[in-house]
Design a protein around this ligand. Structure first.
Ligand code: ATP
Length: 364
């Protein structure tokens, strides 16, 4: 029997509630699987670790992760620590250190979820946003001088490399090719940003030649926000820079019903390093400790993790269990207008995974 080594990093805030819930789902799955099991290792990195050690994770933390098959991550963010420290000290350190250059964010309106777009049928909204995850606007290049003085100067350089842009476009075209509609929209801002974004467009056109069966178009990022709201069915796979996709995917999550539902994968496509899966929401301190965090974004991240491991049948079973549960309004958490707790939703998804496992094992 295969054993997958999974690192769990709950991080901060509701990450500490939803990641144990995600682990419960994986454990329920493993109990009923003949061909694989999981070996978990939990890492207590984040805000509390920072208060004790002055850093968000240990200096040799990445070495421990290298030995894993996949990582399940919660969130990084603490009201008492500046956001740029929590973000750069943990999540970005892992994404850049493990070269997880493709950030993949599927968005759909799940059964039973009421999206805010009045004229949008749930089948009209079925997107995957591919975000460049290691350079661009979040390259970290820049600096400040004369701090606090009237002549203070600060820069953040958006750095794009041909290799970095080419590999993310190729990943996005390949993903679009694997989806039924074979449709890709390249998000740009080359009208105003006339150097790096022009190179971004040129490389997209070059890579497109390798994928003659993929239909593709270009959209300015500002126009893309309106198109997502007014013509959602005109989009399928979307590729964008680090900053643009960061913003568009929050919009996508809200249009699909709640920030609590959306998942993401930070992928190293060449599999030289482990990939990391996480709900897109942050630490949500306003609801922390109340037991009402929506765990669906984490469960969907678990589905992506299983797909990445090649366990497609198990992934499909967990996704069906999630959809079975979201279809029941009595199992909606308060962000979806319901009264269910994290524990109730988790128990329902685990029960569904177990019950479908019985038929799955009988048939096998
Ligand atoms: P961070 O600064 O770490 O990104 P944040 O609290 O500013 O986090 P998010 O957590 O991304 O921002 O979400 C904003 C709000 O959406 C939260 O304050 C919370 O009210 C709600 N929310 C986010 N995730 C969930 C969830 N899983 N379940 C319920 N509500 C959520």
């Amino acid at each position: 029997m295969k054993t997958y080594r999974i690192a769990t990093i709950p991080g901060d805030g509701i990450g500490k509630e939803v990641i144990p819930a995600g682990r419960q789902v994986l454990e329920a799955l493993a109990l009923s699987e003949r061909s694989f099991t999981f070996e978990f290792e939990n890492f207590d990195w984040g805000g509390d670790y920072f208060r004790q050690h002055g850093m968000m994770m240990p200096v040799d933390g990445l070495d421990a992760l290298l030995k894993k098959d996949a990582i399940l991550f919660g969130s990084a963010g603490d009201p008492d620590i500046p956001d740029h420290i929590t973000l750069w000290g943990l999540r970005l350190k892992i994404c850049q250190g493990l070269d997880q250059y493709a950030n993949v964010r599927p968005t759909r309106i799940l059964p039973g979820i009421d999206g805010p777009l009045k004229r949008c049928k749930s089948e009209d909204l079925n997107w995957v946003i591919v975000r460049e995850n290691t350079e661009g606007e979040y390259s970290g290049v820049g600096g400040r001088m004369h701090q606090g003085h009237p002549i203070e100067v600060a820069t953040d350089l958006s750095l794009m490399t041909r290799a970095g842009v080419e590999r993310i476009h190729r990943y996005a075209f390949r993903l679009a090719q694997s989806r039924p509609r074979k449709l890709l929209t390249v998000i740009t801002k080359s009208n105003a940003q006339r150097h790096a974004m022009v190179m971004w467009d040129e490389i997209a056109a070059q890579v497109a030649k390798e994928f003659p069966d993929v239909k593709w178009d270009k959209e300015l990022v500002d126009a893309a926000t309106a198109r997502m709201v007014n013509r959602p069915a005109s989009l399928d796979t979307i590729v964008a820079t680090n900053l643009h996709a960061d913003i568009l995917s929050d919009l996508a999550a809200a249009l699909a019903g709640s920030m609590g539902i959306a998942p993401t994968g930070n992928i190293n496509p060449e599999r030289l390093y482990p990939s990391m899966f996480e709900p897109i929401h942050g630490s949500a301190f306003d609801i922390m400790g109340k037991g009402v965090a929506n765990p669906v974004g984490t469960f969907w991240s678990v589905v992506m993790l299983l797909e990445h491991l090649g366990e497609f049948e198990a992934a499909a079973r967990v996704m069906q269990a999630i959809e079975h549960v979201t279809a029941n309004p009595a199992l909606h958490t308060p962000d979806l207008g319901g009264t269910a707790t994290t524990a109730e939703v988790t128990a329902a998804v685990c029960a569904q995974v177990t019950s479908t496992a019985k038929s799955h094992l009988t048939v096998a």
